[in-house]
Ligand binder design. Structure first.
Ligand code: NOJ
Length: 533
């Protein structure tokens, strides 16, 4: 059974404050019906593994009805399951089984946009300009004498303009509709009351089915600036590399949406809201975590910071101070389905793996909630695929100038010595799996005490059981050039990282776990982290 929120000296600590949550990218986790795409029954069949790994919760990427233009982030019916992934009975079975394994389940919520196949959008297209049906989305006339220019200069995150022109069936010149992502993902108009009411219905639908919370997609989206004006192109970030100020996102009106979501979720005990917040300014980031908004927000700083102790320390300090101002909990994430895998980003090969192992120990030593991405615990790299295998809409939308995110979404290898490594019993997986992953499978790594999987299992076990992890604070020690050391002052744990090219001495303490063995003299080698007690 699940552990309930803990009690500490009379104060109840909510479970999510120090949770380790495992992201299941549904298409790529486990396939139960041999069609080459992961599904809900596949996840259920692997819950024993997640329990063995030692995670507390899982975040399931969208399983709603969808034409899959953006692999489920284009939702045609937010209150039904896509047949590709199963059905409502499979969903209920997964929730029940997860809870039996002591694992909570957070599901994705996509409030910024729908699919172009959503009933509302189809109605909007068949209704005249200015109609209530159109008003649920952001339709505008174009610029230029005949309206052939988009209404403003915004680009789509996936490439090309953020506007698509429709062919009117009402005999007037065609309007354009806004889509910050693919054209198949029209943005909703959050000034329209129908949109609010429908999201509330969706929230209750899944809360009543027993979900433990929501991961809110594009939580910094939804609200748009009045009049949808042109913006300074310098601010336009790209989803796979940008965090700068961007006029399309982070408008104050979005906080009203989060307050509504929170008020509904608060009617259900022990649930959590975690937002995808690509906002780099600490103060503006913290606004999403005020007491009546989201509980947690993904802070993506560690996904873009180089393997350098000083830079990592700065990233950690920013992440902590962004939430401290509103008395919220920090979160840590090294990678997800939108960004390069850690091993690859940190140099690839043996070096990348060694650094990824070190960073994992740093991440798991920090106070707050940790989000792991499926396959991270296996040390999977990103894999460049041939053009013909690419499936991310980014590839087409960018006119083949950006390869997109497929490289980071290769299915999980479970067992065996050749593709598809037990991911599917079908002949192929939706993204091809490479040869040579036999040593990366779960099966191979479970048996190997030195594997990345064993490192994660061991670290998670210590994190769960050791008293050294108490408290919400960090205390930094002086450390040699290229290194850092911090202590959790509520407990006894010390974490030391060496990103320098030389072996360094350690502060006093007994090693609990290290990412690479210490030298014979007891020094910490380059690209290594250790926990001391
Ligand atoms: C963020 C999701 O993580 C990403 O995969 C998706 O493409 C966009 N939001 C649009 O929904």
């Amino acid at each position: 059974m699940q552990a309930s929120s803990g009690s500490d000296g009379g104060t109840v600590t909510p479970w999510w404050r120090n949770t380790v949550c495992y992201q299941v990218y549904l298409r790529s986790f486990a396939d139960s019906n041999a069609d080459g795409v992961g599904d809900l029954d596949g996840v259920r069949s692997r819950l024993g593994y997640l329990e063995l790994l030692g995670v507390d919760a899982l975040w399931l990427t969208p399983c709603y009805r969808s034409p899959m233009a953006d692999h489920g982030y284009d939702v045609a019916d937010p209150r039904d399951i896509d047949p590709l992934f199963g059905d409502l009975a499979a969903f209920d079975a997964l929730i029940a089984a997860s809870h039996e394994h002591g694992i909570r389940v957070i599901i994705d919520l996509v409030p910024n946009h729908t699919s172009d196949q959503h009933e509302w959008f189809k109605l909007a297209l068949s209704s005249p300009p200015g109609s209530p049906e159109r008003d649920r989305y952001l339709f505008r006339y174009g610029r230029g004498g005949d309206g052939t220019m988009p209404p403003n200069n915004w680009p789509s995150q996936f490439g090309g303009p953020a506007w698509t022109r429709i062919t009117e069936t009402h005999g007037r010149k065609g309007q354009w509709y806004l889509h910050l992502f693919a054209p198949e993902q029209p943005d909703l108009n959050w000034s329209n009351p129908d949109v609010w009411a429908d999201l509330e219905t969706t929230l209750r639908f899944w809360l009543d089915r027993g979900v433990d919370g929501f991961r809110i997609d594009v939580a910094h989206g939804m609200a748009k600036p009045h009049g949808l004006p042109d913006a300074d192109p310098a601010g336009f970030g790209l989803i796979d590399n940008g965090t700068g100020p961007d006029a399309r996102f982070d408008h104050d009106g979005v906080h009203e949406v989060h307050r509504m979501i929170r008020s509904v979720v608060d009617e259900y005990p022990d649930r959590v809201l975690v937002g995808e917040i690509w906002v780099s300014d600490d103060e503006r980031f913290g606004r999403y975590l005020r007491p009546d908004e989201l509980h947690l927000g993904f802070n993506f700083r560690l996904t873009t910071t180089d393997f350098d102790a000083a830079e990592l320390r700065t990233a950690i300090e920013h992440s902590m101070s962004a939430v401290a101002a509103v008395n919220a909990t920090p979160t840590w994430t090294l990678c997800n389905h939108d960004v390069p895998r850690t091993v690859t980003r940190l140099g690839g090969g043996k070096l990348g793996l060694r650094r990824a192992r070190a960073l994992a120990l740093v991440e798991l030593a920090l106070p707050g909630a940790v989000f792991l991405y499926n396959g991270e615990e296996l040390g999977l790299p990103s894999v460049e695929l041939p053009d013909s295998a690419l499936r991310d809409p980014v590839w087409e939308r960018s006119g083949h100038t950006r390869r997109g995110r497929d490289a980071h979404r290769i299915p999980v290898p479970w067992q065996g010595t050749s593709p598809c490594y037990g991911f599917t019993e079908g002949e192929s997986s939706w993204l091809p799996m490479p040869e040579g992953w036999d040593e990366l499978t779960v099966e191979a790594q479970l048996e190997d005490a030195d594997s990345v999987l064993s490192l994660y299992r061991h670290a998670l076990e210590i994190r769960r059981a050791h008293p050294g992890f108490e408290g919400d604070e960090l205390e930094w020690y002086g450390a040699p050039e290229g290194c850092f050391a911090f202590r959790r002052p509520g407990g006894t744990l010390v974490c030391v990282l060496n990103t320098s090219p030389v072996d360094v001495p350690l502060p006093p303490g007994d090693p609990l776990i290290y990412s690479t063995p210490l030298t014979e003299e007891g020094l910490l080698p380059p690209d290594t982290a250790v926990w001391l007690s």
